[in-house]
Design a protein around this ligand. Sequence first.
Ligand SMILES: [Zn+2]
Length: 327
Amino acid sequence: MLVPNRNYSSNAYRYGYQGSEKDDDVKGEGKSYTTHFRQLDPRIGRWLSRDPKATSFETPYSSMGNNPIIFNDILGDTLNIGKNTLSKTDIKSLVRKKNRKYLNFSSNGRVTINLTKLPKGTSKNSLLGSDEGLNLINDLVSSPKKTLYEASDIALLRTFNGTPIGKEIWRDRNGVINSSDYGLDSNGALTTRPMTGYDGQLIIGTKTSWEELDKKGTSSIKKSRASIVFHELAENYERTHKNNNYLGGFSSGSDVFSFYKKGAHESASNREKLWFGVSNTPGAVSKIINPKPSRAIRFNNYNLIKKYKNNATINQAINNFFAFKFY
Ligand SMILES: [Zn+2]
C-alpha cells in the first residue's frame, strides 16, 4: 500500500506494478490492477477471482506464488525460462531464423511474442501457420497457464502431494523431466508437480543427447536437441493446458478420472511433424546418452538440493537456483 500523500504517479501513465493497467477508480491509487485474465489487489497480493488452474495446497486467490519479486505474472499468463542462457538458446532454436525477431526475453526470464509489426500482406495466422515453433511458443505465452522451461542438470519440483523436492536430472534415465499438475510422466508414473507459481515445468539436461532409428530401422542417428525441446514442450502444453494425459485411454488418478482419446505424447508427435526441423521419427528415442557430470558439479548439485530440502523459506532456495549456473 502507498503511504498517503507521500507518493506521486502521473495520470498520463496508466500502468503500474509489472506493467499492468491500474484501476485507480476501484479502490484508490495503485490499489487495483487489471491483467489480461484477472484483477489483482497488490496490497494483499491476492487475485479477486479464482486461479483457472488452482492447486490443492495453495489458495486459488494467491498471486505470484506469494513472492512478487521472483514470480512475475504480467498478463496473468507466462512462459518463463529463468536466468538461463541455454534455455534461451533452446527456445530460439524452435523458431525459424527470420522469425526470431518476434521473440522477446525479459531480464526476469519471461518470454513474450510481439506480432504487432508484421510485413505488409502477412497476417498473424499466416505467420504462425508457417512456423510451428513460433506457433507453439505463442500457444504457451497466450494461455492462462504458467510454464517454466529450463535447460538444467537439476530439477526443483513438488511431489504429487505438493511437497518440494530436488532431483539431479542425470539420475533420470531420460534426461528430461516433464512435470505438470495433470498427466503421467515419461516413465508412466504419476507426474511430479511443477515449482510453486507454475502449472507446468520442463527441465532438459544440459549435456544429454538422444538418438533415433534411421528410416530402415537398423542404425541410430543423432536426434537434434531442438526436436527434443519442441516435442517435450508440446507435450507439456497438452498436459498442462489441456489436462491431457501422457498416453491416451482410460486413466484414474487422485484428481484425474477421464477418458482421453488421444494422449499428450501422441498429440506432441503429430505436432512435431508440422515443425520445420522435424526428426526422422517424431517423439521416438532409441538411445539416450546422459553423461554423469563432474564431481565438482555433483557436489554443488548435492549442496543445493540439501539446502533446498532443509530450507523453510523455499522461495530463497528457488532464488539461489536461478542465480546458480549449471552450464
Ligand atoms: Zn513424448
